[in-house]
Each structure stands twice: as structure tokens, then as C-alpha cells.
Design a protein around this ligand. Structure first.
Ligand code: ATP
Ligand code: MG
Ligand code: MG
Length: 378
């Protein structure tokens, strides 16, 4: 079977790598250059979207910020999974919040604001601190402003309104309660064409400057896992979803509140490449191609370190047991996800040792906050 992925980044790349052993051929549609490319070499196939859609059996997406005309064209092919609606909802926080409320899944209190008066109303009804998030195009914590006191409201609104003026007409702001969470966790799962669902064990995530830095697969969280699985089942059923979907949560006193969802494979699920029986990339392909979803259970204790804005990874890390580098072959840029390193071990104590051994090999300046995060999470 041939699968066309909207987006030609690392997620399409890793889908391609995971699909090869099953004979699933992945091509990527680069939304910016409007051409179909090879997901590993970025070699250009000289095909536009229409030609790519004729050639493929299934079309899917590696990101949610995709123009509506492209989504509609894919939907019209009858081959799009999870489909235009799920991608559109994942790419617009207003729709995402409506979905969470309509599916009765707990999430942070919010209000859509478009004027300074709306903002003051949001402060009155939700309280402070607030986080203001752009409805469209947000990722890695970009397009967000934090508002701590009423005295700062005018200044923050000045920044937000100049952002809105430069944005597309459809852009808006969602004001959300700032949640004093104990920790952040996410669940990744897959839903098949027949409605069957399998989820991976919860992952605990540490963000540094709004970007995911460290993920650790959790094992002893039955109560939280149940809540996460329940939310996953409700949301995917509401959407009649097919494929892998990720849900980010805040853990507040043992109660999970949804932060956001991603209608795709997700950075916090990269550890499944070594830590789970079948990884998220293979399971996404299996689901969208109509194959049975593979076992999502852990095969080892697992963690993932993101490599951000640096290519300074010494070859000595390859001497370490249980350490696996995944490199994306991208040009280096500050703040850019360049690769990730999965660390696996037979139990948590050994994982902690192996992660410490890895961190010793890495330049601390390239991984700010990682040492403390590793202490806290393991
Ligand atoms: P992603 O790359 O995960 O898609 P994003 O740009 O969509 O990121 P969010 O996930 O909304 O951003 O926020 C990034 C991080 O900021 C969160 O993981 C969390 O650490 C913090 N954050 C966001 N919203 C809140 C909130 N309401 N309360 C507390 N912290 C928050
Ligand atoms: Mg997001
Ligand atoms: Mg997020």
C-alpha cells in the first residue's frame, strides 16, 4: 500500500521508516513547496497534490496546521484518515475546546477573547493568572502570553492585538486558566477502522521554554491511566477517529485536565520506537491502512530526550547500552527539533543510571534544565 503524508518533517520520516518492513510505502506532501517528496531524502517526485492523491491508497497528516483548501481536496479523495474534520479541530483551539466540552472531557476553563473588554471579562470570570493562546498556528509554546496581574493587562493586550493585526482574519485568542499542575502527562493511542482502541502507557513530560525536553513512560499510574484511556475513548469515538491521536494533560492532585490534543503521532510518543512492542508510527500506519493495531505494551522502561537546536552529539553515546539516536537530518536552527535519543532499560533504576550516563556525554549548555528534569522524573 502507498500512503501520502501531509507534511514532510521528522514525523513523516519516522512513519516511512516504520512502514518499510510491512511493505507500506510512504511519500510526503510538502505543504509549503506544494510537491510530493521522499520523506527521507526529500527528493522531489515532481508531483502536485492531485497526482499524489491519485497514486496513493491512503492520505494522512503529520501536523494539524494545514490550509483548508488542501484538507478539502484530500477529503474529496475519499482516502483521508483521520480526515479533514479531525485535523481542522486539532489545528484550531476554539474547535478543540468545543470538542472537549461537548465530549464532556475535563479541561482548563477558557474564553475566546477578541477585544480588551473581553479580556477583562475573562479575568473576572476565570481569574488570574491566565494564559492567552493563539487559536491557530501555535506549536512549541509559540503564540502564547501569560497574564499574571490586572496591572499587566493593558501591556499584554497591546502585544496580543498587534499579533492579531498581523495575523490572518480567522486568527483569534483563547484565554485559559493557568493550571498549577503537579506534572504534565500525555497519552498516545490508536483507533482502528473497526473502532477498536489500544493506548500506550502514560508518558510524563517535561517542557523547557515551552518545548518538550524529556519524556518518561510511566508504569505505576493505574488510576491516571484509566482517566486518560477514558478521555481517549470518548474523544476518538466522538470524532469517529482512525489513526494515532495524542492527548496532553495536566495532572492536578490525581485528576487529569486536558491541555490539548494532537490528531497525529506525537513527540511524547517517540519512546515507543524502542520501549513498546509496536511503535506509534507503525500503529498509525496500521490504523489508517485498515490493519489490526499492534500491541502497545511496554517492552522495557523507556525515556526520550529531545535534541533541540544543536548537532553536538558525541559519537561516544553509541557505546552506551540502551541508548538509541534518531536523527532527522535537518539544517541546524535555534529552537529546532534536530533529533531525539531514546533510552531503554529493564527497570526504572537501570533507566535512571543509563540516562545519567547519557547526560554525562552531552554538553549541558545544549540541554538546559535536563539534568534537574531527569532527577525529578526518575
Ligand atoms: P505543542 O508543541 O505541545 O503543540 P503548544 O504551542 O500547542 O505546544 P501548549 O501545549 O498549549 O502549547 O503549551 C505549552 C506548554 O505551556 C504546556 O506543555 C505547559 O507546560 C504550559 N502551559 C500551557 N497551557 C497552560 C496552562 N493553562 N496552565 C499551565 N501551564 C500551561
Ligand atoms: Mg499544540
Ligand atoms: Mg502542547
Amino acid at each position: 500500500m502507498q500512503v501520502l503524508v501531509l507534511g514532510a518533517g521528522q514525523l513523516a520520516r519516522m512513519m516511512s521508516l516504520a512502514g518499510a518492513p510491512l511493505g507500506l510505502k510512504v511519500k510526503a506532501y510538502d505543504v509549503r513547496s506544494h510537491t510530493v517528496v521522499h520523506p527521507l531524502t526529500l527528493e522531489n517526485y515532481q508531483q502536485d497534490l492531485a497526482a499524489g492523491l491519485i497514486d496513493c491508497d491512503v492520505v494522512t497528516a503529520e501536523f494539524e496546521h494545514i490550509p483548508q483548501d488542501i484538507l478539502s481536496q484530500c477529503q474529496a479523495s475519499g482516502k483521508f484518515r483521520p480526515g479533514a474534520e479531525a485535523i481542522r479541530i486539532g489545528g484550531d483551539r476554539r474547535l478543540e475546546k468545543q470538542l472537549l466540552d461537548s465530549a464532556d472531557v475535563p479541561n482548563a476553563k477558557y474564553q475566546v477573547v477578541s477585544t480588551e473588554a473581553d479580556l477583562h471579562q475573562a479575568i473576572a470570570s476565570i481569574g488570574l493568572p491566565l494564559v492567552l493562546k493563539s487559536a491557530l498556528e501555535g506549536y512549541d509554546g509559540k503564540g502564547q502570553w501569560r497574564l499574571k496581574t490586572t496591572a499587566d493587562a493593558a501591556q499584554v493586550w497591546a502585544e496580543v492585538s498587534s499579533f492579531l493585526q498581523e495575523s490572518s482574519a480567522n486568527q483569534a485568542i483563547v484565554a485559559e486558566a493557568w493550571i498549577p499542575f503537579d506534572r504534565e502527562v500525555s497519552v498516545i493511542g490508536a483507533r482502528g477502522k473497526d473502532g477498536s482502541v489500544k493506548v500506550y502507557p502514560l508518558t510524563q513530560n517535561h517542557h523547557e521554554n515551552g518545548i518538550l525536553s524529556l519524556s518518561v513512560a510511566l508504569t505505576d499510574t493505574e488510576q491516571l491511566q484509566q482517566q486518560a484511556t477514558h478521555a481517549f475513548e470518548k474523544l476518538t469515538k466522538t470524532l469517529d477517529y482512525v489513526g494515532v491521536l495524542a492527548i496532553e494533560f495536566f495532572d492536578v492532585d490525581g485528576k487529569l485536565l486536558v491541555n490539548e490534543i494532537a490528531p497525529r503521532v506525537h513527540n511524547s510518543g517517540h519512546w515507543t520506537q524502542q520501549g513498546a512492542d509496536v511503535c506509534q508510527f507503525e500503529n498509525h500506519l496500521r490504523a489508517v491502512c485498515g490493519l489490526a493495531i499492534g500491541n502497545t505494551q511496554l517492552v522495557s522502561a523507556a525515556a526520550m530526550v529531545n535534541v533541540i537546536g544543536t548537532d553536538n552529539i558525541p559519537n561516544s553515546i553509541h557505546q552506551l547500552d540502551g541508548v538509541h539516536l534518531h536523527w532527522y537530518d535537518k539544517d541546524k536552527r535555534a529552537g529546532r527539533k534536530m533529533g531525539h535519543i531514546n533510552v531503554c532499560a529493564e527497570d526504572k533504576a537501570e533507566l535512571k543510571k543509563r540516562l545519567a550516563a547519557l547526560l554525562k556525554q552531552l554538553d549541558e549548555a545544549d540541554f538546559p534544565g535536563l539534568h534537574q528534569a531527569a532527577q525529578a522524573l526518575l
